[in-house]
Design a protein around this ligand. Structure first.
Ligand SMILES: Nc1ncnc2c1ncn2[C@@H]1O[C@H](COP(=O)(O)OP(=O)(O)OP(=O)(O)O)[C@@H](O)[C@H]1O
Length: 231
């Protein structure tokens, strides 16, 4: 069977209603996200990166076009079926580490809560070891640095059993050393055959991409494949 891409977008348009009228944030977008590797949605502020990431995450439904996930046309699915696909396959990491985590829970309990949200159980110790956080299982979240918290957010996607991790500007709120931790985590997931899609204008994250979808003013301005990259 031919390798169906993880995501296929055709003619995707996204509108936002505003008091001043409809704003079209994405125009006629067409691109694919392959299985495995890091695909980066790159471009300046306002180019539509976050909007497209929400479409890929099956959070927002486009006004126009088709979004296939692993061959399934998600735009034809009802709310419950989309929610099930999200729960079973997709993990999302937001730019603010604490938006991904529950502040009143310990580190390990954050992983267990993430697993329960996908109706799974997880080996929290193994995930923490993988993230270099084995010694922190009982710690409160605020004892971790921003980079460690963001690592844990990726760990929550692992705990949920998500084969696809969608990350919105995962390094933009972090200092350089913390961002390094996140870049290492993304490279580690990619090496382990996860599919990672990141919206970013961080040059170091873009440089890790095996595919870069360049956006400008809500349009796809080019797709760059960098086959043979480690990530
Ligand atoms: N909820 C909304 N209501 C109205 N317009 C919106 C909304 N969200 C985004 N937009 C507009 O859609 C366009 C694309 O926004 P989007 O946030 O997707 O871009 P971005 O590339 O992720 O930008 P940034 O890097 O600043 O996060 C922008 O013109 C933005 O103002």
């Amino acid at each position: 069977m031919p390798d169906v891409p993880m995501f296929q977008l055709h003619g995707v348009g996204v509108d936002y209603p505003t008091p001043a009228g409809v704003v079209t944030a994405v125009h006629d977008a067409a691109f694919t996200v392959p299985h495995r590797g890091l695909t980066v949605l790159a471009g300046p502020s306002g180019s539509g990166k976050s909007t497209l990431l929400r479409v890929l995450g099956l959070v927002d439904r486009p006004a126009r076009g088709v979004v296939r996930f692993d061959g399934t046309d998600t735009t034809r699915l009802g709310h419950a079926a989309r929610r099930q696909l999200r729960r079973d396959h997709l993990g999302v990491v937001f730019q603010q580490p604490l938006d991904n985590l529950l502040e009143y829970l310990s580190i390990e309990d954050n992983l267990q809560a993430a697993a329960r949200s996908a109706r799974r159980s997880c080996d929290a110790a193994a995930i923490l070891a993988r993230l270099g956080l084995a010694h922190t299982a009982d710690w409160q979240l605020t004892a971790l640095s921003g980079g460690q918290q963001q690592r844990l957010a990726f760990g929550c996607a692992l705990a949920r059993g998500s084969a696809v991790v969608l990350a919105d500007e995962p390094t933009s709120q972090l200092d350089e050393a913390s961002a390094d931790l996140v870049l290492e985590t993304i490279a580690d997931l990619v090496a382990d055959e996860y599919t990672v899609v990141a919206a970013s204008h961080d040059d170091r994250l873009i440089a890790l991409g095996s595919r870069v979808v360049w956006l400008r003013e809500g349009m796809v301005d080019g797709v760059e494949d960098r086959k043979g990259r480690a990530a």
